[in-house]
Design a protein around this ligand. Structure first.
Ligand code: SF4
Length: 346
């Protein structure tokens, strides 16, 4: 039997064509779209503004491969990690991170990851597949509902920092952002969205050419090629000079300030000399630096920098007039913090 196509993976033009072929009036396209995105219907039976005959027609030709919550676990600090199940039983993780002023959701873009960064638990899972735009959209939609029911308010920020490298799933990530930001979908501002990349220079330039309006963050972790290559093998094929060129190009085209993510690893990248090369790298364009406390991951040998060393690192950068935020990790006790997402909630 031929597998049905997921209706959310076809273009509006194809949906229009289907409706025309089956003699359905044009306004039905808009109705179906509204059910699929704004109301996130998970079956055609839910589409009560369509007649039973129409719902049967759609079910005969299409399916809706929606995402569902598999499990959730709450940290003592309020962070909630969710394991989300895709139609083919694959699992990805998404995290709700509440703070005084905002509720941030961290979403995944791939099942596993191909990049194998030395400090990241996700990198130990081989890449299984990309998420579709609809699957990424579902994570945000579902976790927005969870945010309302758990914290009494909707999401304020979305970060693409979960499992996977978003720029290696470029089209689906951009399409998901389009759906999240359009009135047809969730109508959120692109300024509330941040895509974080390990530094795929070619695709950063493509983002610039596509004139994206969301924020871009780069997982830098060292501005020294030798050290960065040890932490992130991607640096061997995309060295810092290529990354610099791409960042400069991105800034020139979008006028948008980059955020650097920098995890401090004890004795690895946390000396004042490391801060000096970082400050030098930062001259490429206006930026801010998020220093992140390392979360110990089982089976990894890295350690968290001491408070004194962290203070010295920050002091050096601030002296160079750089904007620095120290990010305390959240959700460590449930393995929901940065670099800890590894589908343990099976
Ligand atoms: S840090 Fe990001 S890019 Fe690197 S292995 Fe982990 S998920 Fe992949």
């Amino acid at each position: 039997m031929k597998e049905k196509t997921d209706i959310r993976n076809i273009s509006v033009e194809d949906l229009q064509k289907f409706c025309a072929e089956h003699k359905l009036p044009k306004f039905r396209v808009g109705q179906v779209q509204e059910w699929l995105w704004k109301k996130r219907a998970t079956s055609f039976d839910e589409m009560t503004s369509l007649s039973k005959t129409m719902r049967d027609l759609f079910s005969e030709h299409f399916c809706i491969n929606s995402v569902k919550i598999h499990k959730g676990e709450r940290s003592i600090d309020g962070t909630i990690k969710y394991s989300l199940q895709l139609y083919d039983k694959q699992l990805v993780e998404g995290v709700l991170i509440p703070s005084k002023k905002r509720i941030t959701v961290c979403v995944s873009s791939q099942v596993g990851c191909s990049l194998d960064c030395a400090f990241c638990a996700t990198g130990t899972l081989k890449l299984e597949r990309n998420l579709s735009a609809a699957e990424i959209y579902d994570q945000v939609f579902i976790l927005n509902e969870e945010s309302i029911s758990n914290f009494g308010k909707p999401l304020s920020n979305i970060v693409y920092m979960g499992m996977g490298e978003p720029l290696l799933n470029y089209n689906n990530v951009l399409e998901s952002i389009q759906l999240i930001t359009t009135e047809k979908g969730m109508g959120m501002s692109p300024k509330r969205i941040t895509v974080s990349t390990a530094g795929i220079a070619k695709m950063i330039k493509k983002l610039a050419d596509d004139k994206v309006r969301f924020n871009l963050a780069i997982s830098l972790h060292s501005a020294n090629d030798e050290k960065r290559s040890k932490l992130m093998s991607l640096n061997e094929s995309v060295p810092l000079q290529d990354l610099r060129d791409a960042i400069r190009y991105f800034y020139d085209e979008t006028n948008s300030r980059i955020t650097y993510e920098y995890i401090l690893f004890k004795g690895v990248n946390d000396s004042v000399d490391d801060a000096r090369v970082l400050a030098n790298f930062c001259k490429v364009s206006p930026c801010k630096i998020n220093l992140i406390e390392y979360n110990v991951v089982d089976d990894f040998s890295y350690e968290k920098s001491t408070n004194k060393v962290t203070e010295n690192f920050i002091a050096y950068l601030e002296e160079k007039n750089l904007i620095v935020n120290l990010r305390k990790s959240k959700g460590k006790d449930i393995n929901a913090a940065c670099g800890q997402l590894v589908n343990k909630l099976k």
